[in-house]
Write a protein that binds this ligand. Structure first.
Ligand SMILES: Nc1ncnc2c1ncn2[C@@H]1O[C@H](COP(=O)(O)OP(=O)(O)OP(=O)(O)O)[C@@H](O)[C@H]1O
Ligand SMILES: [Zn+2]
Length: 710
């Protein structure tokens, strides 16, 4: 009797819809592999690492043409829950399964030659060091220390805990500084009483991990915690992933990529600042880590807590309509008041400096007199000031005073931003924020030869200079991606703020998010208007959330008697709803208003959207490609009243790094109808070389589900 052959189907990091069949040589490799195992396989002329997705005794291919698996990784298989989520993600985001699973596996585990060595090394290290007990008490607030609102919130969270494993999605909505973190850490403490339980905590920004990491450690000195984000070294990330997938790590703290970690005993998930757009991956498979985490919790019958002071409209509506549980914290934890919001109408001359004014800068001021006076007052009280401007660099563009010349990127349809000396090298340069190209600053206008080149507008660097001029005694710190890339890194800069070594902080949105500053008395926002009139229907929602968040950095540690800090917004349009709701700290009002707007316009979450991206050598070809796609969909009768396919258009930034880009929006009232159409789009585009869409175009394309910017 001949033994039946064993056929193992494996997915690789390839853009192919299906897996590949291999034979399993039981004599050489031993017992059958499980689904979810990592294997090394021959592929073409070389080899690759893949994940087993099926084990059977037959193949659609000729058996004797199948190659054999080379090696099985000395690792447990990826847990079935993770694989189910990956399958879902692959379908939902219309992305090849292999290209969904494999990018989430750290590089270290994709080098089969080193598999054995690494596992031995990690295990030896584990034996030696045991638990690295770094005990801190930073930010530890016990159950008993919670205030009454927090206690009530915790009670509600714990209510169902004893009734066995079940899915719960909970929105914890609370004012900035209301102590949401203390509530969810105490909740996780009760979940982690089960010695095997693993919990996943997602944060939007790398910069938020160190502070939260110390807080988590303070709660769980005896539990193994790992931190996963893109700044963690490959080696550390590989080890952390191993500790998570083997169930040794009990607390996994990380940014969106951590949502894809194998976690065999996952028992609860927290998504902190759930509204944040960094949960959306912006290349490759464009998944939403928050949405996948909700799917995973549902699939595993475990609770997921979404925490925010400014929930996303989607989540807020779900909580309002009782699809999610709704827990609120409406007081600041330390008794402080919310900051007072001041809108400065920049069109009103009373706010501007006049030439002879005391303290007026010699050149045209970058900030209003009203704001300058407030900063001076705040400095006098020994409080810190935070000034937000969402533009890094010195000035967004350089211009010729004699002709029309403007500094443009040679590869993109954007301007090259001027950076001052010391920012990106020893000399000032022009740098493109889209493709990264750095150009020398011309000495003369390249068009007319004029030597008088002027900057237009201002970014963080110019503002930093101006602030230093106006308050020579103040210690000024600039925080943006340029300053944090230099020597000390972001954590060191934030530490300077926490330690009180700076008086005025100038920075981009990275200073606005979740940081728990203790001594900010004033927050100013300078360029809010630029985002008020965006074509993107979500721009106002994002701006509002950011303003509430940055305002929330002020006055966190005050008392009931003191004001909770001040926020100043310079705008030409103080009457616009975003600012008016902010003035009243009315998050729910703003969300209700936005919900009505979206409902009327049938925009998400009242409809579902997808973007088809296309890029190539020139725009006409990219548009043509999408037009052909649209006519195929039409011919197949897929465009209905319920499902709209818009005309393709150039992207807002049309050309990047020499590629010209177009997009097409598909919108449907019905999620399933959209899914079906996207599957057709995928098939058509996959075979466009043989199919109805012309090949000549050499277009790169991508399907994006639930885009957050259009
Ligand atoms: N019960 C409490 N007693 C005293 N201080 C507390 C209490 N709860 C929280 N705090 C402190 O209040 C501050 C704000 O808490 P936390 O950072 O948890 O707020 P948050 O709601 O997450 O804020 P944000 O949304 O603005 O990030 C922290 O410094 C925290 O240590
Ligand atoms: Zn460029």
């Amino acid at each position: 009797m001949t033994l039946k052959p064993i056929v193992v189907q494996v997915v690789l990091d390839k853009p192919l819809a299906q897996g590949f069949d291999y034979l399993w040589d039981a004599e050489k490799l031993g017992k059958l592999p499980e689904v979810g195992c990592l294997v090394e396989v021959p592929f073409g002329r070389s080899s690759g690492v893949g994940v087993v997705i099926r084990v059977s005794d037959h193949s659609a291919f000729e058996m004797d043409k199948l190659k054999s698996i080379s090696q099985l990784a000395p690792l447990p298989s990826l847990d079935p829950g993770l694989l189910r989520m990956m399958n879902f993600a692959s379908q939902y985001y219309v992305h090849a399964l292999g290209e969904t699973i494999l990018p989430a596996i750290p590089q270290m585990w994709k080098k089969p030659d080193e598999w054995g060595k690494i596992v031995k090394k990690i295990e030896a290290a584990e034996k030696k060091q045991g638990l690295d007990k770094e005990t801190t008490s930073e930010g530890f607030i016990s159950k008993e220390q919670l205030n009454s609102g927090q206690k009530k919130a915790l009670q509600d969270l714990l209510l169902d805990e004893k009734s066995g494993k079940k899915f719960r999605a909970i929105l914890l909505q609370g004012q900035t500084g209301s102590g949401k973190t203390a509530v969810f850490l105490n909740w996780l403490a009760s979940i982690l009483e089960d010695a095997n339980a693993q919990v996943l905590i997602l944060v939007p920004e790398i910069n938020l991990t160190p502070q939260l990491e110390r807080r988590v450690r303070a709660y769980f000195p005896d539990k193994k915690m790992v931190v996963l984000h893109s700044d963690v070294s490959e080696k550390k990330r590989g080890i952390a992933w191993f500790e998570a997938m083997t169930g040794k790590a009990k607390i996994i703290l990380g940014t969106r990529l951590a949502a894809l970690t194998p976690l065999p005993n996952l028992s609860a998930i927290v998504v902190d600042e759930e509204h944040d757009s960094s949960y959306k991956q912006q290349d490759g498979i464009r998944y939403s880590a928050r949405d996948l985490a909700i799917w995973r919790a549902h699939d595993l019958h475990i609770p997921i807590l979404l925490s925010s002071a400014t929930p996303s409209l989607e989540t807020w509506i779900a909580a309002q309509s009782s699809r999610y549980e709704y827990i609120r914290l409406d007081q600041r934890a330390q008794g402080a008041n919310l900051p007072k919001v001041n809108l400065i109408n920049t069109r009103d001359p009373q706010h501007q400096f006049s030439p002879g004014d005391l303290g007026a800068p010699t050149q045209k001021s970058l900030i209003t007199k009203t704001l300058a006076q407030a900063i001076t007052k705040n400095l006098a009280t020994k409080k810190q000031s935070l000034i937000l401007i969402n533009r890094r660099g010195y000035a967004p563009v350089l211009s010729c005073s004699a002709c029309q010349w403007l500094s443009r990127c040679t590869q993109c349809s954007t301007y090259a931003v001027m950076h001052k000396a010391g920012a990106l090298g020893n000399r000032p340069v022009l740098s493109c924020h889209h493709c990264g190209l750095v150009q020398q600053i011309p000495r003369f206008c390249p068009d007319c030869g004029n030597a008088d080149l002027k900057t237009l507008g201002h970014g963080t660097q110019k503002l930093e200079d101006a602030i230093e001029d106006m308050w020579p005694q103040a210690r000024v710190l600039r925080v943006d991606t340029d300053s944090t890339k230099k020597s000390k890194g972001a954590e060191a800069l934030f530490q300077e703020i926490h330690n009180g070594n700076v008086d005025i902080i100038v920075g981009t949105q990275m200073i606005a998010k979740g940081h728990d500053y203790q001594n900010i008395g004033l927050v100013a926002v300078l360029d809010a208007d630029s985002r008020l009139f965006s074509a993107d229907f979500r721009a106002a929602e994002r701006l509002f959330a950011q303003l509430v968040q940055v305002a929330g950095r002020a006055g966190r540690a005050g008392t009931e008697l003191e004001a909770g800090g001040e926020i100043y917004i310079e705008t030409q349009y103080p009457e616009s709803p975003v600012f008016q709701y902010l003035l009243r700290h009315d998050v729910d009002g703003f969300l209700a208003f936005t919900a009505r707007e979206r409902e009327e316009a049938k925009l998400p979450p009242n409809s579902y959207q997808a973007l088809i991206h296309a890029e190539g050598k020139n725009l006409e070809k990219a548009i043509q490609f999408l037009l052909e796609l649209k006519s195929v969909l039409k011919a197949r009768g897929l465009i209905t009243k319920e499902l709209k396919v818009y005309d393709p258009v150039a992207k807002p930034v049309m050309r990047v790094a020499g590629s010209e880009r177009a997009q097409l929006v598909i919108e449907s009232q019905n999620r399933k109808a959209l899914q079906e159409v996207l599957e057709v789009v995928d098939q058509e585009l996959r075979q466009h070389s043989q199919g109805r869409i012309s090949k000549a175009s050499r277009i790169r394309w991508l399907i994006e589900r639930d885009p957050i910017t259009i």
